[in-house]
Design a protein around this ligand. Structure first.
Ligand code: ADP
Ligand code: MG
Length: 706
């Protein structure tokens, strides 16, 4: 028999909450039931077992507990209003306590001459530390020491504080819930898992997190609750993956056809490829082929730093599709990038009887009609393009593979529109140059399998990066002049951001004029590239630069992704402090693509925030995109980077996907082991999971991130 689940009681029925507060709790903290409140974890703790001598009260904003005799309690008058000041005294000195409101009550409660514990947050007034609105406890005897405990501080909001649901009242509410539901809290991890990982029981952990007796208990509780959270998160992902493998039938690309001499794939690798594949490229291809031959649908994320050679991997995968009688499509986020992919692929495929076409918004209508026709009849093998590919009219005869480059520019739904309409479902390969630590990417792209190219093609000289100030610009121009004399080319990039677009464009124009006057024709040729130009104009400029006809390309971030001109060896970024870290890394990736030594100059303005300084320094210190991604994650948090941050949508309550990577990995292994050994959870030792999963089904919204 099941008890009435008090855990799912709406929070408004908790004593002291009611409908009005419940509404704000739902909105601000996502709390609607008793269960939710119980899973509201303290942000931090204050050790109120300590008493700070009054003289040592200093750090602004810090919570302190002090003890002393109330020496006086008086009004002080300001121009607008008056406030109440109590002076507390101990052996070491005095400290003013201040009240701006509720004077009558305070005066009734406090008595001059008595001894009190005061607890509050230090704030400076007239250069002196004070405690505004402290919590006061009269010391009546040794039993007062029961107040000397560890106090959890819960996240609250401005609105909730105004409704008298600040951190302290939230703690009381949590404790009220705890008293009512503690018996209902069942274990949800198998015993043997818990024992082998030395995790405390669930009920015990919840008690410890909300009301720790020692600081150690907090750590013990956190370990358990984090693991639990990560485990069920990973469980969900693993289950989704398993389901996909079982239910979604994929086209089978036969390995024999791929490997046979005479096949496009085989011949291309053996005869056409102008270089040897790196070990990482070969490993990734093996992972992909495994998928393609398996009979289940491939949905794979291919991660690799800029310049790591993703394009070739994509091309070889497309050849595998063609060898099996299918067509392939590659979608890129911008006109320039699509065009460049098209050119690169065409060049590499030269001499092979494969028809490849480009389809973008700029394709003339008549040509489009022709392409639509030939795509539908299967005469075209590979189509490269932009959004135009997901417009009406594009209908493949036999689409076997969709490659999507730079996925962050496309929404999830948009991506899906490329392949959704086809049965059987074409395999999907998503390429991204945004290096996300592997564990995190597995977390955030739950439904995608992940392959990583973690090795650069050989012979690359690491790019030398220097952070310089505007005062050094003359030397920079001189350096560029010298390199042009040696036959090289340079990019100079200006920031354009939406908020200050007008001003930014003016800076770009002025900068361009200055560079033109510093590098005058006919000795030098310069050109400009920006987002307000028409696609055809942009292409023409890019083309001239790629052919070496332009020495200096003054540009905005439109060149950020993918563009490949190996002879360009200098990247100068003006006002580099205004760019994000990954953006700068992408920009830098435009150079260092050939055998020559390349340089990146990050030119910063006179006033730069500490965070921007950290960013620039990190770039100067390393070329490793994964390292930088970690720095970026620390500075900005995961949501900002992946675009998954949404208000009110919390992925984790207590675990931190970056700090807790080790635990995340452990959780993943545990979940996958259980799912592979006992997929239907038949074993008695897994009954706790069955019960919990059933009970929590309604609460598990997470795995829908990707
Ligand atoms: P990205 O991963 O940034 O898309 P690309 O695929 O554009 O990188 O490759 C960058 C450059 O490196 C290209 O010029 C490409 O031809 C070259 N390249 C790719 N793989 C190798 C390799 N194994 N050996 C040498 N050069 C390679
Ligand atoms: Mg690329």
């Amino acid at each position: 028999m099941r008890k009435a689940p008090r855990l799912s009681t709406p929070i408004e029925y908790l004593k002291g909450i009611g409908p009005r507060r419940a509404e704000v709790l739902a909105k601000d903290l996502n709390i609607t039931t008793f269960r939710d409140l119980l899973l509201l974890f303290p942000r931090r703790y204050i050790d109120r077992r300590q008493i700070t001598p009054l003289r040592q009260v200093q750090a602004e904003g810090e919570y302190v507990q002090v003890r002393g005799r109330l020496q006086s309690l008086q009004y002080q008058r300001g121009r607008q209003r008056s406030w109440l000041v109590g002076l507390l005294e101990d052996k070491t000195g005095t400290l003013p306590l201040v009240w701006f409101q509720g004077h009558a009550q305070i005066r009734k409660m406090l008595q001059v001459g008595q001894e009190y514990l005061a607890f509050g947050r230090v704030s400076y007034y007239r250069r002196r530390p004070t405690l505004p609105h402290p919590e006061m406890t009269l010391i009546t005897g040794p039993e007062t020491t029961e107040h000397l405990r560890i106090v959890p501080i819960y996240p609250s909001s401005e609105k909730l504080r105004k409704m008298r649901l600040g951190p302290r009242q939230l703690h009381q509410a949590v404790m009220r819930v705890w008293e009512q539901v503690r018996d209902e809290i069942d274990e949800n991890l198998p015993d043997y898992v818990r024992r082998s990982l030395r995790l405390v029981g669930r009920r015990e952990a919840l008690r410890m997190i909300h009301q720790p007796a020692t600081m150690e208990e907090i750590d013990i509780a956190k370990q358990r609750l984090k693991f639990e959270e990560l485990f069920f998160f990973q469980w969900q992902l693993a289950a989704t993956r398993t389901q996909r493998r079982q239910q979604r039938e994929g086209i089978i690309f036969s390995k024999e056809k791929i490997n046979a001499p005479g096949s496009f794939t085989h011949d291309f690798i053996k005869r056409h490829l102008p270089f040897e594949l790196t070990g990482a490229q070969r490993r990734v291809l093996r992972e992909i082929w495994q998928d393609l031959a398996s009979g289940t649908w491939m949905n794979r994320l291919l991660q690799g730093d800029v310049g790591s050679g993703k394009t070739v991997v994509a091309l070889i995968t497309m050849l595998a599709a063609i060898d099996n009688g299918y067509q392939a499509v590659m979608m890129a986020p911008t006109e320039i990038l699509a065009t460049q992919h098209f050119q690169t692929l065409s060049r590499m495929l030269f001499g092979l009887p494969i028809r490849i076409e480009l389809l973008t918004g700029a394709t003339p209508a008549r040509k489009k009609q022709e392409l639509y026709r030939d795509i539908e009849s299967g005469r075209i093998h590979i189509v490269v393009g932009t959004h135009a590919l997901i417009q009406e009219g594009v209908r493949f005869q036999r689409l076997g593979l969709a490659v999507i480059d730079e996925q962050h520019r496309f929404g999830v739904a948009q991506r899906a529109r490329l392949w959704q309409q086809y049965t059987p479902r074409p395999h999907v390969l998503v390429m991204t140059a945004t290096p996300i630590p592997r564990t995190l990417s597995m977390t955030l792209y739950g439904d995608l399998d992940v392959s990583v190219i973690d090795e650069m093609p050989p012979g690359r000289k690491p790019i030398r990066t220097h952070v310089i100030t505007e005062r050094h610009l003359p030397q920079l121009w001189e350096f560029i002049r010298r390199k042009i004399a040696e036959g090289r080319q340079a990019y100079v990039v200006y920031p354009i951001i939406e908020e200050s677009e007008k001003l930014d464009y003016r800076n770009l124009m002025e900068g361009y004029e200055r560079i033109q006057s510093l590098f005058p024709e006919p000795d030098y040729r310069t050109a400009m590239l920006h987002g307000r130009m028409r696609p055809a104009e942009k292409d023409a400029v890019m083309e001239r630069f790629a052919r070496g006809e332009v020495h200096i390309l003054v540009s905005t971030t439109v060149i950020e992704v993918g563009v490949d001109v190996p002879n360009a060896t200098i990247m100068a970024v003006i006002n580099a402090e205004r760019f994000g870290l990954s953006q700068l890394h992408q920009l830098r990736g435009r150079v260092g693509r050939g055998d020559e030594q390349s340089y990146c100059f990050l030119v910063r303005g006179p006033k730069v925030s500490a965070e921007a300084r950290t960013r620039l320094r990190a770039l100067a210190e390393t070329n490793d995109g994964f390292r930088l991604a970690e720095v970026d994650l620390k500075l900005r948090g995961p949501g900002e980077i992946t675009g998954t941050r949404q208000s009110g949508n919390i992925l984790f309550r207590i675990a931190d996907p970056i700090e807790d990577v080790r635990l995340m990995e452990l959780a993943r292994q545990t979940a996958e082991t259980i799912l592979s050994e006992d997929p239907d959870l038949q074993h008695p030792r897994h009954q706790v999971l069955v019960r919990y999963l059933e009970q929590e089904r309604a609460n598990m919204g997470w795995a829908q991130v990707s």
